[in-house]
Write a protein that binds this ligand. Sequence first.
Ligand SMILES: CC(C)(COP(=O)(O)OP(=O)(O)OC[C@H]1O[C@@H](n2cnc3c(N)ncnc32)[C@H](O)[C@@H]1OP(=O)(O)O)[C@@H](O)C(=O)NCCC(=O)NCCS
Length: 213
Amino acid sequence: MLAQPDRSSILTDLGRYTDIVRLKSGRPLTVRFIEQKDADGLMAYFRGLSRQSRYNRLMGAVSELPPSELDKTLHVGEGSRFAVIAEMRVDSADTIVGEARYSYNTDTQTTEFGLSIGDEWQGQGIGSAILSNLECRAAALGALRLFGETFRNNEQMIGLARKAGYTFGGMASDWRQVRFEKPLYRATDIPCESWKQAATAGWLRNEALLAAH
Ligand SMILES: CC(C)(COP(=O)(O)OP(=O)(O)OC[C@H]1O[C@@H](n2cnc3c(N)ncnc32)[C@H](O)[C@@H]1OP(=O)(O)O)[C@@H](O)C(=O)NCCC(=O)NCCS
């Protein structure tokens, strides 16, 4: 029987889990765990989102990421909650173009996620790229399914999830929302550093995933 992942080790040396993902345009996108030094940049990113995007992402009419949420976001790994940012080089500077958070539930072996892409970067395949990366990161934690919830009228998120092979149904936590989920047995189309490290350490318990490599 394979050993349980030592998830506490993920709290150190976060840079080890950085992924460089190629967008369909060929541009590289860096997906990495959020660190304390990113706090100001992340707050500015959320403030810069359109009202509609912020509403869809934070599930309410708020002008910025609430401090309690920022605090949780910055403590990557605590309570099996994780947060990543996606960056691109713009005018020689690393610029946050998207973010995602996900949390792993050991009892149900599921991972829940939410994500956003900055308005000026939407529609360029960045959401798809991050979602693939999240699937791999979730699989590395031992998740058998990845799921999310969004407002029923959020056509962008529903379109993204549908295109990525998610099925809709199940009970969402709120009647205004729809739940979508996907089994992770084919989640390794785009390998990620988290997955490679989990595989090397013998953490992975999902045999279908192991067979894929
Ligand atoms: C939802 C969101 C993450 C999608 O990211 P994105 O980078 O714009 O998505 P992509 O460019 O990767 O698009 C992937 C697919 O999603 C679908 N999609 C994207 N925008 C769409 C829209 N306006 N209407 C319908 N489908 C859409 C399409 O199928 C698209 O594939 P295609 O380009 O080949 O047609 C982004 O729009 C966003 O951040 N919205 C605000 C926050 C939010 O709603 N978050 C979800 C909370 S869980």
